[in-house]
Design a protein around this ligand. Structure first.
Ligand code: ADP
Length: 388
């Protein structure tokens, strides 16, 4: 007799399978099970043959669903489900259904593998992955923050370098020129004193004084900048007549005017405001002196003043060299000088001081300018009530 014809041989094969095999009838009564199936559910082989299929699974209609519709395509592949073993513990199973006919009766079989351990490992791996992803995300965020900080310090470094370069250019030009003039005047004084030429000596002494005064003013400006930035300046309010103040500034500017240059002011600011006189004077004179410096002979400069209930509004218009469009966004930056201004003396500090002071008074400053046509600066400062 051939092996394949021996029932005992079939049984051995059946019981040595890697998966559990369950066969039940249409009432879901288990009619055949192999040893591996009994092991999966922790029953003896006899105990399992006493069971109904439903008793082995958490979902009670698992077999009913298959029996009702065995051709449903969801049964083409294996599916995962939860089994309950003899001790009532849940086990994760991989199950594939099948249908068969024996002696004109339908039977339903399931190949079942215990995948609890595999699932546990998968879950652990998933958890590790999730943890890793979180970690990576966190690290990425930290990295982004560090990059952001680096960018900021790099920009600060660049800004600092730019300021340093500007300052060196300023120092070498604006400080060196008067200093060498002072040096040559003092050398000439020595020479003229040998010749007893008092007139020339006095001329050079006067020149030295003027230059030292100019240097002092420049150093003062730099110190003012430091004070504004460190918040050390607080406004000192008093009654200020705007007309008087503007006329005084115009008077002081007379020595700076070029040939036939005029400052026109229609005295429309006959109003007394409660403000810091010194600060107003610095703001207005800086803008006016620039208007004079950056325009030509025989040109008019207009000062307009507008009375509103809440603001002091001033504008100063010139018909000078104007500010090139590409330089306009940088005009209030410290030490910045427009391209077309480099042949005229200047430090690039004045407007930065003006802006600082206007901020201090909670006002604003704007300008419109066209190269070779002219510039108008507008200043708006809120009025302060005496009891504020
Ligand atoms: P500076 O000492 O160079 O005049 P400011 O800070 O007062 O410094 O002005 C900054 C720059 O703005 C000037 O160098 C100049 O390029 C430009 N500027 C200011 N006012 C005028 C103006 N009225 N017309 C043309 N350019 C101006």
């Amino acid at each position: 007799m051939l092996l394949k014809e021996k029932t005992a041989f079939y049984r051995v094969c059946f019981n040595s399978m890697q998966v559990g095999i369950l066969v039940c009838n249409k009432n879901k009564k288990i009619v055949l099970a192999n040893n591996p199936l009994a092991t999966i559910f922790n029953y003896s082989i006899d105990e399992i043959h006493d069971k109904y299929a439903d008793e082995l699974f958490l979902k009670k209609n698992l077999f009913d669903d298959f029996i009702k519709n065995p051709t449903n395509k969801k049964y083409k592949n294996s599916l995962e489900c939860i089994g309950i073993n003899k001790n009532g513990q849940k086990i994760i199973l991989e199950l594939s259904f099948g249908e068969m006919i024996y002696e004109n009766k339908f039977y339903y079989k399931a190949l079942i593998a215990d995948i609890t351990e595999r699932k546990k490992k998968e879950n652990e791996l998933n958890n590790i992955n999730v943890q890793l992803e979180k970690e990576v995300e966190l690290r990425n965020k930290e990295l982004e923050k560090v990059i952001e900080k680096l960018k900021i310090s790099l920009n600060k470094e660049k800004e600092l370098n730019r300021l340093k370069t500007n300052f060196i250019t300023l120092a070498s030009h604006e400080f060196k020129t008067p200093l060498s003039a002072i040096l040559s005047s003092s050398e000439l004084i020595v020479k003229y004193s040998d010749l007893n030429n008092t007139e020339k000596i006095n001329q050079h002494l006067h020149k030295i004084k003027t230059l030292i005064h100019h240097l002092n003013k420049m150093i003062d400006s730099l110190l003012t900048l430091e004070n504004i930035e460190s918040g050390e300046i607080t406004p000192i309010y008093s009654n200020v007549n705007l007309n008087d103040l503007i006329l005084e500034i115009i008077e002081n500017s007379k020595s700076l005017l070029f040939f036939k240059q005029k400052v026109i002011f229609d005295k429309t600011c006959n109003e007394t405001v409660y403000q810091d006189r010194k600060i107003l004077k610095i703001i207005i004179s800086n803008i006016l002196y620039n208007a004079i410096k950056y325009s030509k002979e025989d040109s008019d400069i207009n000062i307009f003043c507008k009375n509103t209930n809440d603001f002091i509004e001033l504008s100063i218009r010139d018909r000078g060299i104007g500010i090139p469009e590409q330089d306009q966004p940088l005009i209030f930056e410290r030490f910045f000088r427009a391209n077309n201004a480099s042949y005229l003396p200047g430090t690039g500090v004045g407007l930065n001081i003006v802006k600082g002071y206007i901020n201090l008074l909670k006002g604003n400053i704007s300008f419109k300018s066209t190269e070779n046509i002219g510039t108008v600066f507008c200043v708006r400062i809120p009025k302060v009530l005496k009891n504020e």
